[in-house]
Design a protein around this ligand. Structure first.
Ligand code: FE2
Ligand code: FE2
Length: 239
């Protein structure tokens, strides 16, 4: 492949793209014009259970996985793209999935399962996967994030490998949590503790990401999908 073509991967990063590298979560604090919408959302959010809370966070993760899928498709087609979209997606994984969602699992769920002597092996595997995921996210962030970096084919291959590695692990990881761990959680804590944990999770989320922070993160992911052209759901309906 000619050098000029090789250097094309991801190099279409620009000053405009670089602005996207600004912390996604700073924008998540932005309250612009959302107060009314938030008030409506808050109503429906009043009594969310820990399992529902964690599962809708998996919904965010799933939408990030779709963003990763799309980048893999672009890499395979040797198409250029703005690396800052991928960097922002990896930032959301780091701050929302790894430092918040997985921390909830590690602090509030895993110790209770261990204490109850239930799903101990599964919990060990899930915890080891969190650690591995953080390493893969750091790789994805590094390979996608430097706006002025000129990508050659080896970097593109490394990035594709890291994206595949992340997708390969997280789809079964979250599916197992949704179908085995979370349903079992209700049976190892009292009703009172279960309800209190739901409230604690919500409070923590709002502390970290602002009032009704979950919906702000969802909006952030939606913006990235729009930039990639995968936001409109109807485009995926078979014709
Ligand atoms: Fe997990
Ligand atoms: Fe999870």
């Amino acid at each position: 492949m000619p050098d000029a073509t090789r250097c094309n991967f991801l190099q279409q990063t620009s000053i405009a793209g670089a602005t996207l590298l600004l912390p996604v979560l700073a924008a998540a604090q932005d309250k612009q014009g959302t107060d009314k919408k938030d008030a409506v959302k808050a109503k429906g959010d009043a009594s969310i259970s820990p399992a529902e809370d964690l599962m809708r966070e998996h919904g965010v993760l799933n939408r990030i996985l779709l963003i990763y899928d799309e980048h893999l498709r672009l890499l395979a087609a040797k198409k250029t793209f703005d690396g800052s979209v991928l960097a922002s997606a990896a930032d959301i994984v780091k701050h929302f999935v790894e430092e918040y969602h997985e921390k909830l699992e590690e602090d509030f769920l895993f110790p209770r399962f261990r204490k109850a002597g239930k799903h101990a092996k599964l919990v060990d595997t899930l915890q080891a996967q969190h650690k591995a995921g953080r390493e893969t996210t750091a790789k994805i962030r590094e390979l996608s994030g430097v706006a002025t970096l000129k990508y050659v084919s080896t970097d593109s291959e490394k990035l594709a490998d890291a994206l595949r590695e992340f997708l390969r692990m997280y789809r079964p990881h979250e599916a197992r949590e949704d179908t085995v761990l979370f349903p079992a959680f209700r049976s190892i804590v009292s009703g009172h503790e279960y309800d209190a944990l739901g409230d604690d999770f919500e409070k923590k989320e709002d502390e970290l990401f602002g009032d009704e922070g979950f919906f702000k993160i969802v909006d952030q992911v939606g913006e990235l999908e729009k930039k990639l052209g995968i936001y409109e759901l109807a485009q995926f309906t078979p014709k």
